[in-house]
Ligand binder design. Structure first.
Ligand code: ZN
Length: 378
């Protein structure tokens, strides 16, 4: 569910967030009720809800801190989502320099530490106001804990990114740095699962289970981060021109979808450029074809449903393959035409890169193992 937009970044609440919001609000209510039996139930609930809301605002502030630094490096922030295990800011691409990753990562814990300081100040300033003191006391401790927990040096925590950035900067070896940070992330995850399991065994049911859940979540995320880095390593040095197919099937814009469907079935080709008098007017694919009900295929032309020329995403032959793959994934499309010589206005489509062709080269490279240094670039 989208709740708004801050600094141009859409903010989302994941459905699992409701569970954690309810759990934290209830436990705050229970804690305040126990510590302040003189409060009215309305007051206990009210302060509980307010503290809980401010806690999630703190998480949001933490993610916004990462985002502002990322934007400073011209990395687009696609969204911020609050979910059961906290918040996550999803950025368009990995930072290209170690120092950028370091600064983006450390901004979060610094922001949480800053908030911790602010709430601590609030706690000191209003000792006589019981409700403010109770709220500020919980929030400064929690924000400080958040800062410290996030600094643990293992993926996918901020500390893991900081750790990776340091190794990356020192060794100039991104994949090695990722493997080390990923391994220490797994270690932290296993430790949380073990400690949580021990806690459950000793009778601390809720915090123990919670620690086990977070441990499993971290374990999964650490493995995912390492897999992503492996993709980056496999595709390094490759450019669009290396894997593109030179064959660019075309269709006329006037043919019916019925005829287009027949062409797709006959050739197995899933994507065509739409041309008229040798001029490119759009792109057509199976996905677009399927967006029209089958019984209407006879009455619609390719032109009516194709992706018009100005909305086609294209790449140059020199574009790094990794960036191209990221663009394919973020736009949720399967193929991109490769265009050369677009400067003189005489843009010419010289090939196509598909997700399949990228997967193929990744698979082959994984099978053969890494090439000696220098052999990958031409
Ligand atoms: Zn963070």
């Amino acid at each position: 569910m989208r709740i708004g937009r801050i600094l141009g970044i859409p903010i989302f609440l994941h459905s699992t967030w409701v569970i954690i919001f309810a759990a934290i609000t209830y436990s705050l209510y229970a804690q305040f009720a126990q510590q302040n039996p003189s409060w009215t139930p309305a007051q206990q609930w009210g302060v509980g809800v307010l503290t809980s809301v401010l806690f999630f605002a703190s998480l949001l502030f933490h993610e916004l801190a990462h985002s502002v630094v990322a934007q400073h490096y011209k990395i687009r922030v696609l969204s911020i989502t609050l979910f059961i295990f906290g918040g996550v800011a999803s950025i368009e691409r990995d930072p290209s320099k170690a120092i950028q990753e370091f600064n983006i990562a450390i901004a979060g814990p610094l922001a949480s530490g800053f908030l911790g300081g602010c709430f601590f100040g609030m706690f000191l300033l209003f000792p006589s106001n019981e409700t403010v003191a109770a709220l500020a006391d919980w929030l400064w401790k929690t924000n400080l804990m958040l800062a410290v927990f996030n600094l643990l040096p293992g993926f996918p925590l901020d500390g893991g990114r900081i750790f990776r950035a340091i190794i990356w900067g020192a060794t100039k070896n991104f994949s090695k740095a990722t493997r080390v940070a990923g391994a220490s992330g797994r270690l932290i995850a296993y430790a949380m699962i073990l400690v949580g399991g021990f806690g459950v065994f000793k009778g601390f049911l809720a915090p123990g289970l919670w620690s086990v859940f977070i441990g499993f979540f971290l374990l999964n995320a650490a493995q995912e981060s390492v897999a992503q880095a492996a993709i980056r390593e496999t595709l390094s040095g490759l450019r669009a021109a290396d894997v593109m197919s030179h064959e660019v099937p075309t269709v006329g814009r006037a043919i019916s979808l019925e005829d287009y469907g027949a062409e797709v079935l006959r050739t197995g080709r899933r994507c065509h450029l739409v041309i008229t008098d040798d001029r490119l007017v759009g792109m057509m694919n199976v996905h677009k074809l399927n967006s029209v009900p089958r019984d209407e295929w006879a009455h619609n032309s390719v032109q009516a449903v194709m992706i018009p020329r100005e909305r086609i995403l294209w790449a140059t032959p020199d574009e790094p393959l990794l960036g191209l793959l990221e663009r394919l994934l973020s736009a949720d499309i399967n193929q991109m035409p490769i265009v050369s010589g677009s400067d003189e206005g005489a843009a010419q489509i010289i090939g196509m890169v598909t997700r399949d062709s990228i997967l193929r080269v990744m698979q082959t490279r994984t099978e053969l193992g890494p090439l000696p240094a220098g052999a990958t670039s031409k």
